[in-house]
Design a protein around this ligand. Sequence first.
Ligand code: G6P
Length: 370
Amino acid sequence: AAIEKGGYDHFMLKEIFEQPQTIFDSLRGRLDAKQGTLTLGGIRGEYEDMLKNAKRIIMVACGTSWHAGLIAEYVIEELCRIPVEVEYASEFRYRNPVIGEGDVIIAISQSGETADTLVAIEAAKKKGAIILGVCNVVGSSIARLSHAGAYTHAGPEIGVASTKAFTAQLAVLNMIALKIAKDRGTITDQRYQYLLNELDAISDKVATALKLSDSIAAIAAKYKDARDFLYLGRGYNFPVALEGALKLKEISYIHAEGYPAAEMKHGPIALVDEHLPVVFVATKDSYYEKIVSNIQEIKARKGKVIAVVTEGDETIRGLADDVIVVPEADELVAPILSVIPMQLLAYHVGVQKGYDVDKPRNLAKSVTVE
Ligand code: G6P
């Protein structure tokens, strides 16, 4: 087992550290920034046209994969101007959803075996929907049921809490968004090339962020005895906050809630006092000024602020109790990077509390019952 873990204490940590490679592997042979090209071999011919002409895109997934879908909603709407909905597979399946011509469903699943996702797309397929699969396991049930798709190339994920599959999903969903935008003509050549470059550069930035592991372990030690955590973000980083809270819940058994930073005023702010750590995903993007004022609102109520910020950010450094500094990246690809500290924080808290982070209680790697 020690050999399988490649010298790491846990599969989860090994998989977190594999991400520069697994993101690279997911882009390889598809994205060529130098040539300015993007090819997705699994989405061709009639399916390529259906995707390009989609009236609506519906993401169907569970758990961490659902968070990847939420980020893709923001990216696809921004770049492609197609309305996107993101559905929990279990809810979508049982409420007799409206599905019509021109709807394309993107099923996102690491295992490709999650029962809720599988039955949801089975039902939608019967109603005539086109299904694209974004799966990690080749030949899995969801991959086989899909009309077309693009695999994530994250390799086998053993840790029950998903890490490297998530960033691979984001890489693939970003490529799908860029491809649709290019095919539809909703992106300028200049921005297209710029975003290809940004996506191409992200795995190196992830490698840089991984060097923060020890300093994040020190932050974990400071807050590991908290009863609750709040995670806040806006825009592209809002689903990253949700994912941060999910990771912490899964492996440290600390109650954590993720929220859109502004929406906090409508409820969670009532919980803020000097005992509550609040994690802000606050990298430099078009929401930056707004999130700075949300941080001030938390500090005014004596909450403890742990902020993930972009290199060179002195404003938030001056406000927060702890900062985690990541390289600069365009906001559309930034979640691939800003989620790394979320994963590391949850990992270190879980380990310091003495839990088996690879096999958290009550959770299964793949939920194959409805
Ligand atoms: C389980 C796992 C999660 C995962 C979710 C969806 O709950 O513990 O890590 O995100 O299932 O799994 P899938 O294989 O469909 O992505």
